[in-house]
Unconditional design. Structure first.
Ligand SMILES: *[C@@H]1O[C@H](CO)[C@@H](O)[C@H](O)[C@H]1NC(C)=O
Length: 476
C-alpha cells in the first residue's frame, strides 16, 4: 500500500507529472462536410452544467500496430468525419441579446494534439493497489476549463499521448453543457466505429427535452460562473474493483438474503422460495428488489461515512446519484438524444443511522428514492429549476456528502475498438473532483464487476483503506 503524500509532495508530484508530457503537435480539426444544423438552444438540463468543468475521460490502449504518424493522421481524419455526424461538438456557445445560450454549429472545429511522455509506461500508470498517479491528469487537454468557456474555447479537445512503452492514451475533454456521459460515449463510440471502417448512425439533435422551456439562466456582465467547489483541496484518488460475486453478496444482504430471481420465462424463477410462473409477478418482484448497484452504493455510503471520523452522529449525510432521464420521462427521450438528460437524486439521512443501521436500511432508502424518480418527479424538478434557474451546485460543502457520477453501464470498452482491440483501461482527469466524488466504470471483460473511482480527503481515504468491512468486498 502506498504511503500518503503530504500536500507539498503531492503538488511536486503533479508538477513533475506535467513536465513528463510534451505536446509535439496540435491542430484544429473541422467536420469534413458543412453543417446545416444552425443553432441549438441549451436545454433545462444543459444550462445548470455551465459551471461544471468539461468532462475529461480517456482510454489507454496497448501499442497500436502502425507508425505513430499514421495513427495521428488516421485519428484526425476519422475525427473529422465523426464531427460531421456530431456538428454540435465543432461549434461554439453563443449568447444572443435575449440571454438564451445556444450551441452555434459554425464548424469552428475542435483541437487535436499529439504528445509524448518518454518517462511514463502503461504498467506505471495502471499500478494496482495504489492511488491513481498524478501523471494521469497530465494526459488530458483543457484542464480547468469550465463549460461556460465554450463561448471562446473549442467545445471538445483531444490529446493522443504516446508513452515510453508504445502504449497510447486518448484523452478527451468535452463541454458538459453540450453532452452528458451518455452522449459523450455515444460520440466516442461513433469515432471508434468510423476509425475501424464502420458507418455509425447520427444522434438525435432534437433538443426537445421538456419542449421549449422559456427559462433563461443569466450571467450578468458576461462574466461566467466559477466552479462550485474548491479545486485545490488535497484529494486522494483510487480505483476499487468489486467482483460480480462481491456485488451479489452485497445485493443479497440488502435484500434480506434472497435474490434468486433470474429471468422471466426461466422455469426456475423463484420468489421467496416459491416457484413462480407468472411473468408479471416476476417483473414486479424485480422492480421491488434493491439492485446490485444500489446495494454497492449503500455499502460505500456506510463505509465512507464511517471513515469520516470528524462527523458528529447527529450530522446529516447526503448520497447523490446522477441518473439518466432518457428512459424515465414519458414520453421517453431517445437513447441517442444528444445533450444532457440527467438529474441528481439526493438521499439524506443522519450519520448515526447510516453508520448504525444495517446495509439493508441504507440500500432501501437509496432504492426507494431512485425507484420513485419517474416522469412526475423529473418534471417537478424541472419546474422548480425553471422558477429559479441556477448552476448545478456540484460539490460537498458540509464534508458529509457523496456524489456518484458516470455509470457502469456506459460502453467505455465495448464500442471503443478503434481498429486494434479494446482499450486496456479508462481513466478520468481532474475535472469535477472533490472530497466524496465517485465515478462508476464497467468491467473491461464485459462481466458484471464494477470499478469505482473514489476521490476522498486524504485522512478519509486512509481510514477507508483500514476499514476491514469495506476492504473485504474489494477485489485486489
Ligand atoms: C408526465 O408528466 C407530465 C407532467 O406532470 C404529465 O402531463 C404527463 O401526462 C405525464 N405522462 C405520463 C405518461 O404519465
Amino acid at each position: 500500500m502506498s504511503s500518503i503524500l503530504t500536500n507539498s509532495s503531492a503538488f511536486a508530484a503533479a508538477a513533475a507529472a506535467a513536465a513528463a508530457v510534451t505536446i509535439v503537435s496540435k491542430s484544429t480539426v473541422c467536420p469534413d462536410r458543412d453543417s446545416s444544423l444552425g443553432d441549438l438552444p441549451l436545454s433545462v438540463s444543459d444550462l445548470p452544467m455551465l459551471s461544471c468543468h468539461y468532462i475529461q475521460k480517456g482510454l489507454f490502449f496497448p501499442s497500436p500496430p502502425m507508425p505513430i504518424a499514421s495513427l495521428v493522421s488516421l485519428l484526425s481524419s476519422s475525427l473529422s468525419r465523426a464531427l460531421s455526424l456530431f456538428p454540435a461538438l465543432a461549434g461554439r456557445l453563443s449568447t444572443p441579446p435575449d440571454g438564451r445560450i445556444l450551441v452555434s454549429c459554425n464548424d469552428a472545429g475542435v483541437e487535436f494534439a499529439y504528445a509524448t511522455a518518454d518517462s511514463l509506461t502503461l504498467p506505471d500508470l495502471l499500478a494496482p493497489s495504489s492511488d491513481v498517479p498524478p501523471a494521469v491528469k497530465s494526459l488530458f487537454p483543457l484542464d480547468g476549463a469550465i463549460s461556460f468557456h465554450g463561448h471562446f474555447r473549442p467545445l471538445a479537445s483531444f490529446q493522443l499521448t504516446e508513452l515510453a512503452d508504445g502504449a497510447v492514451f486518448l484523452g478527451a475533454a468535452v463541454n458538459h453543457a453540450v453532452v452528458d456521459g451518455t452522449s459523450f460515449w455515444n460520440f466516442f463510440n461513433a469515432w471508434a466505429e468510423l476509425c475501424r471502417g464502420g458507418s455509425p448512425s447520427p444522434p438525435d439533435f432534437r433538443r426537445n427535452y421538456f419542449g421549449d422551456s422559456k427559462a433563461v439562466l443569466r450571467f450578468p456582465g458576461g462574466r461566467g460562473p466559477e466552479v462550485t467547489f474548491p479545486v485545490d483541496a488535497p484529494l486522494r484518488e483510487r480505483i476499487f474493483r468489486f467482483s460480480q460475486e462481491a456485488i451479489f453478496d452485497l445485493k443479497s444482504r440488502a435484500n434480506d438474503g434472497f435474490v434468486k430471481v433470474a429471468t422471466i420465462g426461466d422455469p426456475d424463477a423463484e420468489i421467496y422460495g416459491k416457484q413462480v410462473h407468472d411473468p408479471k409477478a416476476v417483473m414486479a418482484y424485480k422492480e421491488e428488489q434493491i439492485s446490485s448497484f444500489q446495494s454497492l452504493c449503500a455499502h460505500v455510503w456506510r463505509s465512507v461515512t464511517r471513515a469520516r471520523k470528524q462527523l458528529p452522529p447527529e450530522a446529516m449525510t447526503t448520497f447523490r446519484m446522477a441518473v439518466n432521464c432518457r428512459h424515465r420521462v414519458e414520453p421517453q427521450v431517445a437513447p441517442n438524444y444528444f445533450g444532457n438528460a440527467i438529474q441528481s437524486i439526493p438521499t439524506t439521512a443522519a450519520v448515526r443511522e447510516v453508520v448504525g443501521r444495517d446495509l439493508r436500511w441504507a440500500a432501501g432508502l437509496l432504492h426507494r428514492n431512485v425507484a420513485s424518480h419517474g416522469n412526475e418527479t423529473i418534471r417537478r424538478g424541472v419546474a422548480v429549476w425553471e422558477a429559479a434557474p441556477r448552476c448545478f451546485p456540484l460539490g460537498n460543502p458540509d464534508g458529509a456528502g457523496l456524489t456518484m457520477g458516470s455509470s457502469h453501464r456506459f460502453p467505455m470498452y465495448e464500442g471503443n475498438d478503434f481498429g486494434w482491440g479494446l482499450p486496456a483501461a479508462v481513466r478520468s482527469g481532474r475535472a469535477n473532483k472533490f472530497d466524496g466524488k465517485m465515478s462508476a466504470f464497467p468491467e473491461r471483460e464485459g462481466g458484471r464487476s464494477v470499478e469505482l473511482e473514489v476521490c476522498l480527503a486524504p485522512e478519509t481515504m486512509e481510514a477507508l483503506l483500514r476499514d476491514d468491512e469495506f476492504m473485504s468486498y474489494v477485489a485486489e
